[in-house]
Design a protein around this ligand. Structure first.
Ligand SMILES: Cc1ncc(COP(=O)(O)O)c(C=O)c1O
Length: 396
């Protein structure tokens, strides 16, 4: 009889010739449980998803309860479905007042697609500006915004009218003009290897967008929902985007995304033509119930409160001549090594010791740390010991 692994390779599409092939039968908190052998610590949270930990009991209960009441009823926006309403209201309650109108979708890339359409319709302009080294998803629109030619070139032609600026580079702001419909930016660049911008840069960016009448779209799909030590990353910079993009962590493990704007902006989807954005499963009631429960968990357990200190503990402990830098904010960190080969060998050695990490799409010489926000001090100490032990073993 074929094993699950063999069946996986035979019947499931692959996107790499060397998938990790780890197989788990259970996930709880920050741990993943293989069929055999010891549990593994998840230091990447399914790439920034399981902020409240895997299978948080409140999220599981909300999913079960909603699934037993109703699941899909109708395409997005036609029926009043209480999980969607309650989650949208809860988001509006924690966001600045101009971000009070939510369009739920199924994923991050779909939030990007919706926001691109919205910005074009609202401004009547077509140019979109994105950043070098950015990542906004893998659908054709989102891919058009990706700031890395290597991953795009095989799929051209992509969307026309997309231009690129350097992240955190003030002189490039002059490239944002009255032709620009929107600037799309990750508040903290993720796949670039966790890159931060200065507060002065963000304030100048927001002012420039206002000056030329284009929309500022902040992608918080990876950095949102507490990961940086604030519920939303833009709170670090005293700016408010015109459109906010969320996904990943907001569903507590269920698939959901959102683009959020003012009603004035969002209402362009209602006319000329009507049905400006259509999606069958968007805002799925079970995902919205999970999202609401996730936000409640973050609030009730004060999960954001200690995120900065936890990130600092990683930085304090991860000191070694082979580590060139530990970058990031809160629990969104990158450990930079000299090369991809060194990084990969340490990631693999840590995996063998039960510690799951990863590299970054545009920064293969850095190791990703994005654990569930519930990670404890003792767990951080253990993780750092394992990383340092393997650096010493491999590089001394
Ligand atoms: C910043 C950012 N934007 C968008 C996306 C795309 O999200 P999804 O994979 O849900 O389409 C990702 C996914 O990694 C991301 O990190």
């Amino acid at each position: 009889m074929l094993t699950q692994r063999q069946l996986f390779l035979q019947y499931n599409a692959q996107t790499s010739s060397s998938p990790l092939l780890l197989e788990f039968i259970k996930a709880e908190g920050i741990y993943l449980y293989p069929a055999q052998g010891p549990k593994m610590m998840d230091l990447i949270a399914g790439i920034g998803v399981s902020n409240v930990g895997h299978c948080h009991p409140q999220v599981v209960a909300a999913v079960q309860e909603q699934a037993a009441k109703f699941m899909h009823l109708m395409v997005y926006g036609e029926y009043v479905q209480s999980p969607q309403v309650q989650f949208a209201k809860a988001l509006a309650d924690v966001l600045p007042s101009q971000l009070h109108c939510t369009y739920f979708v199924n994923s991050g890339a779909e939030a990007v697609e919706g926001a691109m359409k919205l910005a074009k319709r609202y401004t009547g302009r077509t140019e979109i500006i994105a950043c070098h080294q950015s990542y906004h998803g893998s659908t054709q629109g989102a891919l058009s915004l990706m700031g890395n030619e290597e991953f795009k070139q095989a799929y051209r032609p992509l969307l026309p009218g997309v231009n690129f600026i350097n992240f955190n580079h003030l002189p490039d702001l002059s490239l944002i003009t009255t032709q620009t419909a929107a600037v799309f930016m990750e508040t903290v660049q993720g796949e670039a290897g966790i890159r931060l911008a200065d507060k002065t840069y963000y304030q100048a960016l927001a002012a420039r967008c206002k000056e030329v009448g284009c929309l500022l779209v902040l992608d918080e799909i990876q950095c949102g929902f507490g990961r940086t030590g604030k519920l939303f990353g833009f709170e670090h910079y005293d700016i408010v985007p015109d459109i906010l993009l969320l996904a990943k962590g907001i569903g507590g493990g269920m698939p959901i995304g959102a683009f959020i704007a003012s009603r004035e902006i969002m209402q362009v989807f209602t006319h000329n033509p009507i049905l400006g954005h259509i999606s069958t499963f968007a805002g799925h009631p079970v995902s919205c119930a999970a999202g609401l429960a996730t936000l409640q968990v973050i609030q009730e357990e004060n999960l954001v409160e200690e995120v900065i200190a936890k990130g600092e503990l990683f930085k304090t402990l991860l000191v070694h001549p082979a580590i060139k830098e530990v970058r990031g904010l809160g629990l969104m960190l990158a450990i930079e090594f000299e090369s991809y080969e060194i990084n990969k060998s340490i990631i693999d050695a840590c995996l063998a010791d039960g510690l799951i990490s990863d590299w970054f799409l545009h920064c293969s010489h850095s190791m990703r740390l994005a654990p569930p926000l519930i990670i404890t001090e003792a767990e951080i100490r253990w993780a750092c010991e394992v990383i340092l032990k393997n650096i010493n073993k491999l590089l001394s």
